[in-house]
Every structure is written in C-alpha cells, then in structure tokens.
Design a protein around this ligand. Sequence first.
Ligand SMILES: NC(=O)c1ccc[n+]([C@@H]2O[C@H](COP(=O)([O-])OP(=O)(O)OC[C@H]3O[C@@H](n4cnc5c(N)ncnc54)[C@H](O)[C@@H]3O)[C@@H](O)[C@H]2O)c1
Length: 439
Amino acid sequence: MKKINIVGLGKLGASMAAAIADRGFHVVGVDIDKKAVEEMNAGRAPVQETGLGELIEKNRGRLRATTEHVEAVLESDISFVIVPTPSDERGAFSLQYARWAFEKLGAALALKKEPHLVVMTSTVLPGACRKELVPVLEATSGSKAGKKWGFCYSPEFIALGSVIRDFLNPDFTLIGEWDKKSGDLLEEFYSQIMLNSPACCRMSLENAELTKISVNSFITTKIAFANTLAELCGRMSGGDVDAVTHALGCDKRIGARYLKGGMGFGGPCFPRDNKAFHFMAAELGVEARIAAATDGMNQQTLSNAVRCIQKSVATGSTVGILGLAYKPFSHVVEQSQALQLARMLAENGYRVLGYDPLAGEMARMELRDKVMIMPSARECIQQADMVVMATPDPEFAQLSPEDFENAKPEMILFDFWRVASEKLRLAEHIRYVAYGRGG
Ligand SMILES: NC(=O)c1ccc[n+]([C@@H]2O[C@H](COP(=O)([O-])OP(=O)(O)OC[C@H]3O[C@@H](n4cnc5c(N)ncnc54)[C@H](O)[C@@H]3O)[C@@H](O)[C@H]2O)c1
C-alpha cells in the first residue's frame, strides 16, 4: 500500500490527511507551522473543520506530522502539495509558497532512489505547473519529470464545513497529467480511497488548471443569476424568487444547487477564482465578460442592500446584523458580504451590532471598533431599529416575535434568505421585508 505525504496542513490539507489515513493509508503531513504539526501529532485538529478532530484522533496510528520536508518525501510514495496560493493585486495567484515548497521537495527527490509522484493540489492558473513549478522540481532534484518522479495537477472541489465528506465523495476527480504513467498512478490511488466511484477526468496540466477555476467561475455566475432574479422579483408585484428558482432548478440542464437568491458569494475561493478566471482570459487576449459581469453583480447585491437599508432607517440608527460568516455553520469571514455590509453601514454613519453563532470572534478581529459583536441574536436585536438576517442560519428561523420586542414601537426585519418563521413575518410590531419578494 502506498504511503502518502501531505504538504500543508491547512483547511484543505489537514482534512485530506485525516481522510486518507481513515481509508487505511499511512500518512505523513508536513507544515512549516510548528503549531499545526504539534496539534496533529497530539491527535487534535490544526484547523476547525467538521469531524476533523475525531478523524485525526481515530487514525493516530497511521497519521503523523513533521516540519521536515525531506523526511516526509523519503518515507512516502506520493506527495500532495496543498500550500496557500494567495491572490495578488492583479487577480492572479501568487506561487511564492508553492515555489518554496517545491524547492524543498526537489531537494528531497535528489536524495531518493525510489519512484515518487508529486501532485499539485493548490489552485493555480493555466501554465503555472509546466512553466513555473515543474522547472523548480527539475532544477532542485537534478532530474527530469517523468523519469524517476512523476507529476500531476489535481485540485479538489470541496466546501468548507464538509471538506472530509466532499473529498471522499466527489462528483468527479480531475487529473492533469505530466505523462500517462503519473496519471495512471493517481487514478489508481483515487479509486482506492473514494467512497462513491466518481468519474475520473484526465487531461493535460493546462486543461486541468483551467477546469478548476472554470468550475468556481461557473458556480458564481449561477449565484449572480439567482440574485439578478431576486432583484427582479423584488420589484415585481407578487414576485417570488424562490418560486422561480425552484422551477428553474427542476430543469436538469440547469440544476438546483447554488440557485437561490440571497446575499452575494464570498469566502476564500469563489470571489478570487472568478477574478483569476477574468485575469487569465485577459492574459490570453480574451475578454471574459461573463466573469466580469458576475463580479459586478456581486458588488451590486451589496450596494443595493446598503441603499435599501439607507432608505428604511435614517443615519445614526442602530442596525443589527444576524450572520457574519460567508455562510452558515462557518467561522470564516473572508470576503463575507455580511461582514462587508456591516463595515459599509458603520462607515455610512450607522451604529452596527453583529451576531454570528460561530464567527463572532473572527468578525470582531476584522471589524475591530467599527461594529459591536453581541453574544446572542436576542441581544443584537434588543437595541436595533432594523435587523438584517444575512445568512440562512437555522438559529435565525427559530427566533420568535418576543425576541423582537424592544423599546421601539416597530422593528424592520430585512430577511435576505427568507428564513424567518411565519410568526415573525406576521407579527404586528415587525415590518417584514423579504429580499426577492415583491409587494
Ligand atoms: N480551503 C478551501 O475551501 C479550498 C478549496 C479548494 C482549493 N483550495 C486551495 O488549496 C490551497 C490551500 O488552501 P487552504 O485553504 O488549505 O490554505 P490554508 O492557508 O488553510 O493552509 C495552508 C497550509 O500550508 C502551510 N504551508 C505554507 N507553506 C508551506 C510549505 N512550504 N511547506 C509546508 N506547509 C506550508 C501553511 O502553514 C498552512 O498550514 C489553496 O491553493 C486553495 O486555493 C482551498
């Protein structure tokens, strides 16, 4: 049985390491962050992710971590590289961390007699592997790709909060291969670990690099389209975005997932992958108008929300925002529209209070003194003139009319995801406004 090395024990890498160990493989993880290594060796999750701590603890016998890249390469057969590829100011992905990791891997390959497969998992732009990363491996190992060691580009399609489940049950696996032998080896490995026999799409490195960012760019376009429908329905007498998107989703050519009017997309992947798609197209002399329009629509959703709030309550009023993460059940606030909304309202002279069941601390660090983070939804609502439900968290659907009673005679509730209970919607002291529903 092959031994696996995971380089980068972050949000994706740590879950992959634990999931692969759980499928019976011996896994060694490498990270430059000593704390992540110590956590994993102590049987704890180095990052927050559903089920990760339990899976690491369960598989301690097959899972260890180190800060030494050479040691990890020498004792494994396949290395997956899952280090950050942050966006740069142009919208491209920086390869700074990847180059450094590849230098270390190359130095280790130089010392290794046995064959080894290097798999780049981090998101990169077309051409990055062949032109930038494989040359680093060749220079530092002193040998050519496809001889002693093979190479693939194989990104994952996971959502934070369900990384382990998504990784082991993908719709498809994507393999960009340097050569057939490398692709065969990785396909064989995937067939041993995946729980659902997914289709395996094999192609050149460049086509796989393009496929990865295209998936996210396409999904963001779908979200932006649903939000366009929400804007339309909101202006139509009797308009109901959910009725429309439900019907659209029944058409198999369209599909129901990611087709719900609400706040715009955020998080660590969607916004940046769509921008990178646009950047990459421009580099090739193509104007990717759909990607640009998607980005524009996402910004518009936010500015429309600010305008709508400005129309409803005067500057200086108190706005309570329920949900600050980029989606429910998440502590991640990166590129969260709810967080941006809070910031914009505070900058426009509103007193803003925020609450999130998981992301409160992260939001506090981001927003500092601009927004007061409250310990509960009820406390957030108590002082507000207007409340915005910014994520479809089930906790908000449980709120009762009594939770909305405060000193004010009437409270405005703006519900982005139409999750409020009927009691709330009909309560006399609440003026209920649903995004995507016309009057
Ligand atoms: N998080 C996601 O939802 C997701 C989804 C799909 C793809 N990706 C891609 O996966 C990559 C990693 O994302 P992430 O969210 O896991 O990042 P992360 O920042 O959570 O984790 C990266 C880890 O790599 C470590 N690291 C950096 N340089 C290293 C080196 N030279 N050697 C060993 N470890 C090193 C860091 O210390 C960190 O622990 C990115 O390219 C991202 O676009 C992420």
